[in-house]
Design a protein around this ligand. Structure first.
Ligand code: SF4
Length: 309
């Protein structure tokens, strides 16, 4: 078996070719913690055997001698095997989206249809229109309006329910524990947060992190629809029931359509579990990972399996 392992951990134990750059003998505590979190995430979603080619480092036939280093080295290689590659013409599987046939929550026009859609809208315009918003009661307890963050021309938009305490404090979406998990999910797809756009149905934190009330969603969601319309992503991923039910205007539970492609105004929409739910139910991470792999296929993001022994 060829070992392509963790040069950082094993540098003192292995010979390094003259062209290689020696890695530090020890990572900082922060990097080690991030590495540990990443490895735990991959374990949770069931990824166990893959590794990467390291540019400039030739594989050696000799494995490291320390059993712990062997184990960690394999896992480090696994964590970096996801690569973004161009979609080969005609080869990437494309999952057809089914027409959205779920029962409508009411018989009137959807929130999207009824919202004002100015010509040549921009995220800046939308944020300015939102202003120091007091359209619903959530303004009374918020510290920040959490508008959204990321690439204004993203191919992929994640929509959550609403800000939590950390988001309210920082004014950014998904920066708490659930946000950290979402970041890991995005990176597992071979992307970075700056590649995607992240926002919520309501822009102000509901007290005690309760679910937003219908009237609060009704007041705030037109801004979400304008954001989606302006960004014009190829794929929308709804994180949790509130986001999916708001965009699709349905009362049906997410379990009825989670993991299925749904056509939404000419775009593909996938509903999956909210990261906060995954923190409470880690076993569901594998299901979410399956959903995200469908999204990756649609966007031409390739999960590159490493060479095994
Ligand atoms: S949740 Fe939305 S509608 Fe309500 S106050 Fe905040 S920004 Fe305005």
């Amino acid at each position: 078996m060829k070992w392509y392992g963790c040069a950082a951990l094993c540098a003192p134990r292995r010979s390094i070719a003259p062209t290689e750059t020696p890695m530090p003998e020890r990572f900082s505590d922060r990097i080690q913690q991030n590495l540990s979190d990443r490895l735990r995430f991959y374990e949770d979603i069931g990824i166990s055997t893959f590794y990467r080619d390291r540019a400039g480092v030739r594989p050696t036939e000799e494995p490291p001698t320390c059993p712990r280093v062997q184990e960690v080295a394999q896992r480090v290689d696994e964590s970096d095997s996801l690569r973004r590659e161009p979609k080969p013409a005609g080869t990437a599987p494309t999952i057809p989206a089914r027409k959205f046939e779920l029962r409508q929550a009411d018989s009137g026009p959807s929130l999207f249809e009824s919202s004002t859609k100015p010509e040549n809208d921009t995220l800046l315009n939308i944020r300015e229109d939102l202003g120091d918003c007091k359209r619903c009661r959530l303004h009374k307890t918020r510290h920040s309006i959490v508008f959204g963050d990321g690439n204004p021309k993203a191919q992929l938009v994640f929509v959550g329910e609403g800000p939590g305490a950390d988001e309210d404090a920082q004014g950014l979406p998904f920066v708490g524990r659930a946000g950290k998990l979402l970041t890991q999910m995005i990176e597992a797809m071979g992307l970075q947060r700056k590649d995607v756009y992240i926002c919520n149905v309501v822009k102000c934190r509901p007290p005690e992190n309760r679910q937003p009330e219908k009237d609060e969603v009704a007041e705030c969601s037109p801004f979400l629809f304008r954001q989606i319309d302006t960004i014009a992503p190829k794929v929308i991923v709804c994180l949790g029931s509130t986001a999916a039910q708001t965009i699709l205007q349905t009362n049906r539970g997410i379990s009825h359509f989670r993991g299925e492609w749904i056509e939404f105004r000419g775009r593909k929409l996938m509903a999956t579990y909210h990261p906060a739910y995954l923190l409470r139910n880690p076993a569901a991470k594998a299901e979410v990972w399956k959903d995200l792999q469908k999204v990756m296929a649609e966007l031409g993001l390739v999960l590159k399996r490493g060479k095994s022994s």
